[in-house]
Design a binder for this molecule. Structure first.
Ligand SMILES: [Ca+2]
Ligand SMILES: [Ca+2]
Ligand SMILES: [Ca+2]
Length: 297
């Protein structure tokens, strides 16, 4: 093989290596309705890293930070005998959270972290208004600070293309981050302009509850309500049920003191029913139902 051909081959190999960043950082946001959470992940290829530093930005007019945390399962300092506590994310600047994480394990000093969807850190927020919140990510510190360092003490972000920071994406099923599946909103209201706490049909159950129950948020007669009938020594509990829900029936002698009586009851739409022996229940007894809903869609 002549020298020129060898050089060309080398150039081709370098191009292939450069095409993929060593570290890709990205975030995912989701909402329960009242709360929004953001998780920041990294895909780490080619080289194991020992530390990362990044910032998560949010609008403090829309959101109040409840809690920010590292992923301490992966990012920790261990001196060989014990895990050494290190400072949590820095929340001192409103609107930004500085995450600094390190993996320094005295039991295995050459180990670092690689893999896809490695959780770096997360944050939970309470919303101040119905605005759709937005977030941003950046390197943690500017200047000569080493933000992403590999096991060979190389600072990766100074090498062009080696650290790529992407945006924070909303749960694709809930782009407006209100806790209501966008398809659900469109199905019942025509668009995604409704909010989780609204109760348009005035049945006392807000949209978040109607979505979980699988009831109709525009029909005040459609809601999850127990019907209890008694006769022939039996007590029959019935409730309207919806596909893909799992129910628990709870009971109590006093309203403050519920226990689960039957759990993991699969939905049999349009109605579920279970029976109890009347003689096994006290004179006065309360029932309630809880529901486990499927993921948003
Ligand atoms: Ca939504
Ligand atoms: Ca309602
Ligand atoms: Ca309803």
């Amino acid at each position: 093989m002549n020298t020129k051909l060898k050089l060309l081959l080398l150039a081709a190999v370098l191009l292939v290596t450069r095409a993929q960043a060593a570290v890709r950082v990205y975030g995912e946001a989701s909402s329960t309705g009242p709360e929004i959470s953001v998780k920041v992940y990294a895909d780490i290829a080619d080289t194991a890293i020992v530390s990362h530093t990044f910032k998560l930005f949010y609008n403090p007019a829309d959101l109040q930070l409840i809690e920010a945390s590292h992923n301490l399962d992966v990012w920790f300092l261990h001196n060989g005998s014990t895990t050494v506590p290190y400072a949590g994310p820095n929340e001192s600047q409103p609107g930004e959270i500085l995450f600094t994480g390190a993996h320094m394990d005295g039991r295995s000093p050459r180990s670092g972290v690689t893999g896809n969807r490695v959780l770096l850190g997360s944050a939970r927020f309470a919303r101040s208004n119905p605005n759709t919140p937005s977030f941003d990510l950046s390197l943690g510190r500017a200047g000569h600070f080493a933000n992403f360092v590999d096991i060979n003490a190389l600072t990766l972000e100074v090498i062009p293309g080696e650290v790529r920071i992407f945006s924070v994406k909303a749960n694709p099923a809930d782009e407006d981050l209100d806790g209501l599946g966008d398809q659900w909103e469109k199905k019942f209201f025509g668009d995604t302009g409704v909010f989780f706490s609204d109760d348009k049909d005035g049945d006392g159950v807000n949209n978040l509850g109607e979505q979980a129950m699988g009831s109709d948020p525009t029909d005040s007669n459609s809601l999850l309500r127990l019907t209890i009938t008694e006769g022939r020594g039996r007590v029959v509990i019935e409730w309207p049920s919806a596909d893909e829900r799992i129910y628990n029936i709870e009971g109590a002698k006093r309203l403050s003191d519920f226990n689960v009586l039957k759990e993991g009851i699969k939905a049999t739409p349009p109605l579920n029913a279970i029976e109890f022996d009347r003689s096994e229940l006290p004179d006065t007894f309360f029932f309630r139902v809880s529901v486990q809903a499927p993921p948003l869609q």
